[in-house]
Design a protein around this ligand. Structure first.
Ligand code: PHB
Length: 539
């Protein structure tokens, strides 16, 4: 199929992140952009940290960078809305998912095959995943999760050691000598898999011959099993989905279960045939998919960085912002870009883009494919796994807190419940001053009598905002604005409740509404980025 990006032909050996404290630019080529490598190192450390959060001092230790550098990198990433700064803590923010989205869009497989994987999971009532090869590892690009007895479930972007998975041997059947060599070196350097934060450390080292044999068997049989290689109880069966153009493995589809439901042998006998049928349909889908709709090519994606530099001066690392923006030039209609195309899309000088791409190749985020460049699965290592589990209340909360601080009134997020008859509060911020009717999380009110309900229900307020007097109790006024999803539908409402004695209805509109609308729009923008390839729970 001509629509999938070509396999990278000239895969250089990118540096893995060194041990804590190794400066990110330690072994980089002379032309690499050091601030870009530093930014990438900070994002990777945050991705591996619990909850996607680290203190500035912890980042300083983990990256080996000077404190002033960490401060400026963090400020730049915060300005890009890729992280949030909260005092001395840095936390990954959903806006960062636009980088992983660029990779997943350019790959096209999640868009073409994801719905089929979801339907298979529904039909089997088991988890189904799609994974791609990431050098000697396996990285998930789609997850339809139905996990019950399992302590572990993997996220989009998680990287697993190939030899501890079912997809691994199917990919290894196509490895070249360099990948096998890299695999042996990695295993001798990290026998317990400590470099793979998504899996528990290996308890019993196995010999290399084991996996070589599994790869040969998988190639011969066209499927592979995982019989509790990651943890006790977890079993999986996998089948390769082949690119109809090249015949190579495009991705691997897996059915994942638990020994309390199926042994590995059962999976093979009962579920493998159904997985094979689904994979045949996926391959048909790839064969018949029309080329991605071209759409207008982006232009000037990085045009904003100059103004930010003017505004923020030394606190803004422009080469970092420009370098990361280069990654957003790739998408489904433009999976491979030449230097000239990337320069046009970003509006940056060719020399700047060239150095950014050299840097990304070194960091393993971009690979050469003939004269062009393509994104690699490693782009997902920039924040995607922790962020792919965001819920709307989680996305909204920092924005609600900032709004409550600015308007000095309590703020809440609500969704429709009870088939639209009621609204339910799902997040809140700010302490009510004089309010006796507490908006507690989960509490419900009749939708038609609340400002939040009025912007969520079809009707005259659905497109803008609503103001309701005496909503929760006499003497209170509530103003609400909608949060919109990717289809433009209002899916939640942000509301501010003000004491009537302190503001007239007109003052509510002048003092509060502009801030409220900005907040609802920001929450919506983050929701739309996060929901492009993942399910974002609304409650
Ligand atoms: C998963 O999708 O979580 C999965 C797939 C294959 C494995 C293990 C886990 O071998």
């Amino acid at each position: 199929m001509p629509t999938l990006p070509a396999h990278p032909t000239d895969d250089v050996v990118p540096a893995a992140d060194g041990p804590a404290g190794t400066p990110p630019e330690a072994d980089a080529p002379a032309e690499a952009v050091a601030p870009l490598l530093r930014g990438i190192a900070v994002l990777r450390r945050l991705t591996d940290a619990d909850g996607g959060t680290l203190g500035l001092s912890a980042l300083e230790r983990a990256t080996g960078l000077a404190r002033s550098t960490v401060d400026r990198v963090a400020a730049t990433l915060a300005h890009m809305e890729y992280v949030r700064l909260d005092g001395r803590e840095v936390t990954l923010a959903p806006g960062l998912m636009e980088l992983g989205n660029a990779y997943l869009a350019s790959l096209r497989l999640p868009a073409l095959l994801g719905a089929r994987a979801d339907r298979l999971a529904d039909a089997l009532d088991e988890s189904v995943s799609l994974a791609v090869a990431d050098r000697d590892g396996v990285r998930f690009i789609h997850q339809a999760t139905r996990r019950r007895a399992m302590s572990l479930s993997f996220r989009i972007g998680d990287l697993l050691p190939a030899e501890r998975t079912a997809p691994g041997p199917l990919f290894a059947a196509e490895w070249d000598e360099d990948t096998w060599l890299r695999w042996r070196l990695r295993r001798s350097g990290d026998p317990r898999d400590l470099g793979f934060p998504a899996v528990p450390p290996r308890e019993h080292p196995t010999g290399d011959a084991d996996f070589e044999e599994r790869a040969a068997t998988a190639a011969a049989r066209g499927y592979a099993l995982d019989d509790q290689l990651i943890e006790a109880g977890l079993v999986a069966v996998s089948v390769p989905v082949r690119d109809p153009g090249t015949g190579r493995v495009a991705c691997v589809a897996s059915v994942v279960s638990h020994t309390s439901r199926h042994t590995a042998g059962d999976l093979r006998r009962t579920l493998l045939p159904r997985l094979r049928t689904a994979v045949a349909a996926m391959e048909d889908e790839l064969r018949t998919a029309p080329p991605a709709a071209p759409g207008p090519a982006p232009a000037g994606l990085a045009a904003w960085t100059g103004a930010s530099k003017q505004e923020l001066g030394r606190g803004f690392v422009e080469s970092l912002a420009r370098g990361l923006t280069v990654l957003t030039a790739f998408d489904e209609a433009r999976p491979a870009l030449t230097l000239a195309e990337a320069a046009k899309a970003t509006g940056l000088p060719r020399a700047t883009v060239r150095r950014a791409l050299i840097t990304h190749v070194h960091a393993g985020l971009v690979a050469r494919s003939g004269r062009a460049f393509v994104l690699t699965p490693r782009v997902l290592s920039l924040g995607f796994p922790p962020l792919s589990r965001s819920s709307l209340p989680g996305i909204a909360h920092p924005h609600l807190a900032a709004l409550a601080e600015r308007v000095r009134e309590p703020v809440a997020l609500a969704v429709l419940a009870d088939s639209g008859g009621e609204i339910q509060y799902t997040a809140r911020a700010g302490t009510p001053r004089v309010m006796s009717a507490h908006v507690t999380l989960g509490s419900r009110f009749p939708a038609a009598a609340t400002a939040a309900g009025l912007v969520l229900l079809p009707g005259p307020d659905a497109a803008g905002h609503a103001l309701v007097d005496g909503e929760l109790e006499p003497g209170l006024r509530t103003l609400a604005a909608p949060v919109r999803d990717r289809a433009g539908r209002p899916v939640a409402a942000v509301s501010v409740t003000a004491h009537a004695a302190r503001r007239t209805p007109k003052e509510c509109l002048t003092d509060i509404l502009p801030e409220l609308l900005r907040t609802a729009e920001r929450v919506g923008a983050e929701l739309r980025v996060a929901a492009r390839f993942t399910e974002v729970p609304l409650v």
